[in-house]
Ligand binder design. Sequence first.
Ligand code: SAM
Length: 417
Amino acid sequence: MPPSRTPRSSGRRRPAAGSRGAGFRGAAGRGRAAASTGRSAGTSASRPRPGPTSTADRRVEVVFAPGLEQLVREELTARLGHPRAVRPVPGRDDSLFFDYADSWRRLLDLGTVVAPFAVLPFAVPRPKSLLSGEHLARLAHTLRAVRRINADAPPASFRFEAAGRDSSVFQRLGEELAAASGLRHVPGEGDLPLRFRRAVHPDHPRDGWEVLVRLSTRPLSDRPWRVRDVPGAAGAPIARAMALLTRPVPRDRVVNLMCGSGTLLVERLLAAPARRAVAVDADAAVLDACAANLAAAGLADAVTVAEADIREPGRAWEASGPFDVVLADPPWGTLVGDHARNEALHLALLERAHAVAAPGARLAVLTHEVRQMERCLAATGRLWEPVGETRVFQKGHHPRIYLLRARHGERHGGGAA
Ligand SMILES: C[S@@+](CC[C@H](N)C(=O)[O-])C[C@H]1O[C@@H](n2cnc3c(N)ncnc32)[C@H](O)[C@@H]1O
């Protein structure tokens, strides 16, 4: 196997929604659209703008991985133009709400969010009252709007997430909503969840109910570009958050060390184009998955994929450096890797990343090996200046994103800038 190669695609391919086959050059020209989840929103000038019908239904809630609130807020500001009064949902560390009157379609491009929901408040004492024509019409309108904004992959069905969802009341509600919306009610398995809960938003009727309707057919975290998964793959919203933490700009030369299935690099390139992008991993099988995902994201031509042990200096991929941004998600010692050997690997990562870093380069590392990482940071303090630390929650773990900046004054390897 040569040390460096162009991506090979393998496995099932889906065209990357939103990417339209754009390679590196195309990606560089995608501008605002580049900062999407890789979904195509589609347009339909002749249809009414899909969004709330009444001011009562302007409320939106976005759900995210705990720990990402600040980055989600920043993305909402950047993409939606300063939505007013973004507030946490009482009692939750994974949700924000705000009022939003524009097309819901724009919410499908949020990269740091797991899923956006429309929140419909009802001043009713119990869900049975939602069978009334007026309430049912609001719910049906919302389902039809969700189908329109997801024109590429519209939902065919819905399901209820509620205490008592198997009751005769919910069965009837399901039948009537199916007739009014054109979507099937498939208990437990329908595409779109409708969550019923007693009102929690501070300005909603205290004794009323809220119905949350997911605005995307699938959670936004299920990226259309992910055609191949590997054990230990990073969650896409967390990967997007890592990319945003590095303050991406198009002149960045980016390397993803220990890239696995390529999540960090794909999300970096969807957040903003890059001057150069390299993915490195020691495992040929995961590199196949990485190549397939890059191809599905329309980024195959944008990235050099290299099979190499990152601990070994002088490998061919280094000639593409130096790099302004280094992204890494080393093994956590659970699904991938070995806890006993991870400290040496983290240390090697910090040293090798610095060897290929341009002056002032940003390094973002996602790791679950917090104590090991802290020791390694202490040992490499002359190389990396800690800039920030973000605690996140992913798949039952509490990893951290360490953001570091390459210190000046050391010799940097990896070629001329
Ligand atoms: C946690 S996984 C990365 C997952 C990746 N972020 C993704 O989303 O798929 C860690 C990766 O490190 C790679 N790896 C471990 N030791 C390595 C080394 N010495 N050199 C290069 N890659 C290595 C493994 O092959 C594995 O793909």
